[in-house]
Design a protein around this ligand. Sequence first.
Ligand SMILES: Cc1cc2nc3c(=O)[nH]c(=O)nc-3n(C[C@H](O)[C@H](O)[C@H](O)COP(=O)(O)OP(=O)(O)OC[C@H]3O[C@@H](n4cnc5c(N)ncnc54)[C@H](O)[C@@H]3O)c2cc1C
Length: 428
Amino acid sequence: MADFDAIVVGSGCAGPVAAYELAKAGRSVLVVERGTFCGAKNVSGGRLYTHALRAVFPDFKQSAPLERRITRERVSMLAPDAATTLDVTDELLGTDRYESYSVLRARFDPWLAGQAEAAGAEFINGIAVEALLKRDGRVTGVRAGEDEITADVVLLCDGVNSLLVPQAVGAEPLKPSQVAVGIKEVIELPEQVISDRSLCAEGEGMAWLFVGDATQGRAGGGFVYTNTDSISIGLVATVSDLFESRAPIYQLLEDFKRHPSVAPIIAGGKVVEHSGHLVAEAGYDAMPPLVGDGVLLAGESALMCLSAGYTVRGMDFAIAAGQQAGRSAAAALAAGDTSAAGLAGYRKALEESFVLQDLKTVRRFPHFMETTPRLYNEYPKVARDAMRALFLVDGTPLRPVRKAMLPTLRRVGYLNLAKDLSKGVRAL
Ligand SMILES: Cc1cc2nc3c(=O)[nH]c(=O)nc-3n(C[C@H](O)[C@H](O)[C@H](O)COP(=O)(O)OP(=O)(O)OC[C@H]3O[C@@H](n4cnc5c(N)ncnc54)[C@H](O)[C@@H]3O)c2cc1C
């Protein structure tokens, strides 16, 4: 007989939710997390769309450590000396259906793990699972430190770049073009100063994404999220592109923080946290099989993440996948069949949910971003030059915008512009 009905590897977003579902179904479940506490090793820019969390914990707002409700969206095209910004406010952003909150993982993850623990899941922290136990090709447990622990089903919720996924389902390791590196700082500032600088009411906040000079013309982008009394600021840059960059990513972040359109929002703040983490960019087409005999994959271990310049979303995918993984594992345990066939309902459930549908809808976007360098190095300058033609006045006679823009558009090439536009629209 196995030591546990189920073992969950990793306690980020997917793991605790899967464990909660299994414990709620009356199953014995062990969560193994390598961090000394849940959330110790985890990084997000920090914006959580709450629809998936609400589906698991309808009363989450009573106790979850949420920072600010995001009611202002900004997207900036950053040239070295200018920013062209789309600034969106919309009453719908603050409604239950569409709402999102900034969160800090070092606070949010322990809360999420606490929900699973309260439902009866057991946790071991501070030990990494080094290998999967297998018998006749079937996963039968994990090896963690000196211990071998067995279970009828193992749920891999161990995040991006999992060392266990290749052992479980034989997936290829990620290529440098399929993964980005993200770095982030949390900068403390008084609550009212943050509200004033981001033009947000009390308790409300801003999500601000940047493309262009944030990564100095390379694939990726920058982000700023306002928390209650701090600001999360960082960059995400594709690893293969970073190889060719002259500057290391920490230097890119320093330059980004000094950019004239960014510096005022963090001025006078104190850096209280640094972190770095990989982000899956490969998307739907590179996803590994989601089940094998005795094993399921949920969250970024299965590349369930959308990193697309105007947004980074992985937490709501991981929470929803964790919920379905936990439920499917519990159903398979009840039926006495945790083989790949017995667990096949998991993929079907995700196909019917936003998880696989959204990832499929934007499946071409990572390729579009990777193969359109003009997005990062030319178009922010095109936007800048168009704004200059509109807004710069020095008393010399005005030139019509279309004439003023001619040299810029010729430099980019009309055909390139048309091709990129059509490619971008198709990718979305
Ligand atoms: C810079 C950056 C910005 C981002 N911004 C956002 C954002 O604003 N909004 C959003 O929705 N998403 C964002 N994401 C993506 C989001 O953070 C992830 O998609 C999400 O955390 C995935 O959840 P997960 O549970 O699959 O994995 P994780 O949250 O990474 O959790 C995996 C857990 O497994 C543990 N683990 C790993 N290997 C082992 C092992 N062998 N043994 C034991 N434990 C192990 C880890 O310590 C970790 O706790 C961002 C990511 C980065 C890096």
